[in-house]
Design a protein around this ligand. Structure first.
Ligand code: ATP
Length: 366
């Protein structure tokens, strides 16, 4: 549906936040945020409701000012600069289309305000409409469009501005699951083709995993971890990230409930340590961690089995065609599948564990 289009004339800049805080009367929305969002990358701010991601986006946009700290775009301090001076476009959850204007007029609104020449407007509209698959809808009013089409118009309005940075706050959350999956792919393709620096806010970890070059996981006004989707999945920096990333998420069980399984663990672990295991890393075996089967869900391609080990609960993911499980059996996992977290601070322990043979390649011993 989309046609190719030339990348931006100007390279997109990086966005740099240093010591950025935002305090409100009754809430501290952001606490000393340090993060660099690379030039031309799709960065996702991910976290639960109220963690501060929209606040950070509004500070980058210039819709709000930090209490402390500095935001630089392309190396320039943005303090005191209004949104229009920041050379960026925005797409929000509510598409904010003008109901009395046609699709074409909505898309061209910003260019008309900026008094871009008519011929230039027509050429850009033609290009963007083809890219977004909107050619046949240009004369309609927003009320005559589906949610997905309205979303595309809102996106076209941002893309036509040819601004090198695009800030998006949950732009897909009003769409149904199928459309959302389609639009993820389209959005990502447009960002890559144009070389935009995108900052995208979502609480949906699947959206973040599928679209991002870089994910910034936020919790209670702080950054928990920054990394590629692969890094965040493979080595979550905290128990919070471990629970937040992955469908179904990692199971976290008490160290005591691993006792008796014969697992080779680093010496000197606190009894409060949490042990993380991903449901897809586990397999039934003749020996290993003794578990009791509590429940089973059929998911189509997979089955998700809820298990009990001591006082802890954990999940096992199996292929739908795998043999039926008895009520009690043992679990095993490959070397390196264990994740260790300090229960008090939530931080990952691998980094501070003494380097020794076997550490990081933990296996249940026979
Ligand atoms: P959501 O996904 O629900 O939009 P969020 O991660 O985007 O959440 P923010 O909207 O950034 O979270 O809010 C972070 C915190 O700051 C919350 O505790 C919120 O109540 C508070 N907050 C945000 N905006 C304001 C404001 N204008 N005045 C006072 N408090 C605010």
């Amino acid at each position: 549906m989309m046609q190719t289009s030339a990348p931006l004339a100007r390279p997109a800049p990086a966005i740099d936040c240093a010591g950025v805080s935002r305090r409100f009367d009754r809430a501290v929305a952001l606490q000393s945020i340090d993060v660099e969002l690379p030039a031309g990358a799709f960065s996702v701010l991910l976290g639960p409701s109220g963690c501060g991601k929209s606040t950070l986006l509004r500070l980058i946009a210039g819709l709000d000012a930090p209490t402390t700290g500095q935001i630089r775009i392309g190396g320039r301090d943005m303090a005191g600069l209004p949104p229009v001076a920041r050379d960026l476009s925005m797409v929000f959850q509510s598409y904010a289309l003008f109901p009395h204007l046609t699709v074409a007029q909505n898309i061209l609104f910003g260019l008309s305000v900026r008094r871009v020449a008519r011929a230039e407007q027509a050429a850009r509209l033609d290009r963007v409409a083809r890219m977004m698959g909107l050619e046949t809808l240009l004369a309609r009013k927003p009320a005559e469009l589906s949610g997905g089409q309205q979303q595309r118009v809102a996106l076209a309005r941002a893309v036509i501005s040819e601004r090198p940075i695009c800030l998006m706050d949950e732009p897909l959350s009003n769409l149904d699951a199928r459309l959302r999956a389609e639009m993820r792919v389209e959005l990502r393709a447009i960002q890559q083709r144009l070389g935009l620096t995108v900052v995208y806010v979502t609480h949906d970890q699947v959206e973040a995993m599928t679209m991002a070059d870089r994910i910034v996981v936020m919790n209670a006004g702080r950054i928990e971890q920054t990394g590629t989707p692969r890094e965040i999945y493979a080595t979550p920096a905290s128990a919070f990230v471990a629970r937040f990333i992955g469908t179904p998420p990692m199971s976290l069980i008490a160290l005591a409930d691993l006792a008796g399984a014969g697992v080779d663990l680093p010496p000197g672990l606190s009894p409060d340590t949490l042990v993380g295991l991903r449901p897809e890393d586990l397999a039934p075996a003749a020996r290993g961690l003794p578990v009791q089967r509590l429940a089973e869900e059929y998911l189509g391609a997979d089955r998700l089995v809820t298990l009990r080990a001591g006082a802890s609960t954990l999940l096992l993911r199996l292929a739908a065609g795998a043999p039926n499980l008895p009520d009690r059996f043992h679990l095993t996992w490959p070397p390196g599948a264990l994740h260790l977290f300090d229960a008090a601070t939530g931080r990952r322990l691998d980094a501070v564990s003494p380097a020794r043979p076997g550490a990081g390649t933990l296996v249940p011993t026979p």
